[in-house]
Design a protein around this ligand. Sequence first.
Ligand code: ASP
Length: 586
Amino acid sequence: MYRTHTCGELRIDHIGSMVKLAGWVQRSRDLGGMTFVDLRDRYGITQLAFNMEENADLCEQARKLGREFVIQVEGEVIERSSKNTQIPTGEVEIKITGLNVLNGSKTPPFTIEDDTDGGDELRMKYRYLDLRRNPLQAKMYLRHQLGIEARKYLDSQGFFEIETPFLIKSTPEGARDFVVPSRMNAGEFYALPQSPQTFKQLLMVSGYDRYFQIVRCFRDEDLRADRQPEFTQIDCEMSFVEQEDILQTFEGMTKHLFKMVKGIELPDFPRMSYDEAMMYYGSDKPDVRFGMRFVDVTEKAQNKGFKVFDSAEAVLGINAKGCAGYSRKDIDKLTDWVKRPQIGAKGMVWVKFNEDGTIKSAVDKFYSEEDLREWGTLADAEPGDLLLILSGDLNKTRKALGELRLEMGNRLGLRKRGEFAPLWVIDFPLLEWDEETARFYAMHHPFTSPKQEDFAKLDSDPGSVRANAYDLVMNGVELGGGSIRIHNRDLQKRMFEVLGFSDEEAQKQFGFLMNAFEYGAPPHGGIAFGFDRFAAVTGGDDSIRDYIAFPKNNAGRDMMIDSPATISDEQLEELHIRLAEKEKSE
Ligand code: ASP
């Protein structure tokens, strides 16, 4: 037996027991007569005491232990003379009678401590060492608990976990696919699933009326900070349901997870239409931990001689409460911030509602105090508040002001860690117009059902058709999204037409699904949660990376195994792949 206890287990009532422990050397201190070693495993740290007088040999051996050596020890649990109240095992130590070095270790490239001295790159390269650190272990544990509790909840609701294939077929909709060449079928390729969407719908046709899967998905997108080329979804589908059934079921799951894993009872989730979200927050995933809703001053601001506002499609503002004291410099900085290309505003107008009741603004020339007071009324401005106004094209202005709202939320400490504000965003548009390719794209995916009352507009005004689609948003992060699906062949065919597919293309890509719809497809719908993100948000973090054991870096590389990598000429040949000369020489 390597160990009788873990390094996090021993307490005052174990005093007198003979125990065996195994783990890694966190550090050792040589005090001459005594040598102390902190032994660590994933459960905690226990202090080992080696006494020179009692056993010089052992003590000598202990002195030679380096950081991260793997050892096994034997000894008696004794009371510590100087107790450490910071750790649960801090009242005891082990008087060592036997030491066995199981394996040595090179000095690790960074310290295995809560605050490490290792930079990102180094930690990614030695991920297995980074994973030894407490903060990462805590995140892995949180993720594990979420997975277990999600399975428990879904099982209790009658869901079946069913696996769907990874080697599937490339579909042109959505993100770019990762493809896998087929050795046995020259010139043909599998694609890795962006999600199990079509398979879960087929399972509904098969009669498995409640399906889920905690499943890896693959999307070959340009990476942004919070994206990974492979990520995990809690993917779900249900038959004989309406939107309301899905919202109830998965609000229930989210509440269950927060309760079991965080001990937090979430209130009932508010709902907001997509239109409202865009109008008041300039985003389809508003952070509703705080208000600061947009106010529309377009009408009041136009026709007073200020050209910038006169020529704008929209003039929108937010009330930054208590910020009237901002200096010229503060405001200049904020103006520079909104003018950055990522935000894209051309400029910013401010109105100060001073504590003394006076009003001051950047556009005093054009507007009377009365005018400005009217804007203030719209924005519920009180003495001490600062109105920040952006203008221009409606969509761009909303987006920029949405960013500014979040920034002000940060500055004013309104986006509190540990506070959770869930929100259902519903009634998404079915389609999204793309200027570049001059065609409609499905906003969610092409299997999403239009709202029945909007069916007729599919021909006359496709852009205004709303979908039975919904997102679950938490603290401004999209945790999941889904829709009620089309289950009728003709409507699905019609949808592909609207999306610009020819009959042949639709048949070639999705014939299997449309055929299945001819064999008794039940009404169905579902949702998928981004599991990595769910874990990160629950853990109070912005980045998903530390919730994935072996993530890729921002360039999509695995720094540890050094992938992607070239393959041998023989492999290429077997796969019927000929690289262009250019790639070969690189
Ligand atoms: N498959 C969808 C997605 O990955 C989710 C869903 O509609 O259930 O976004």
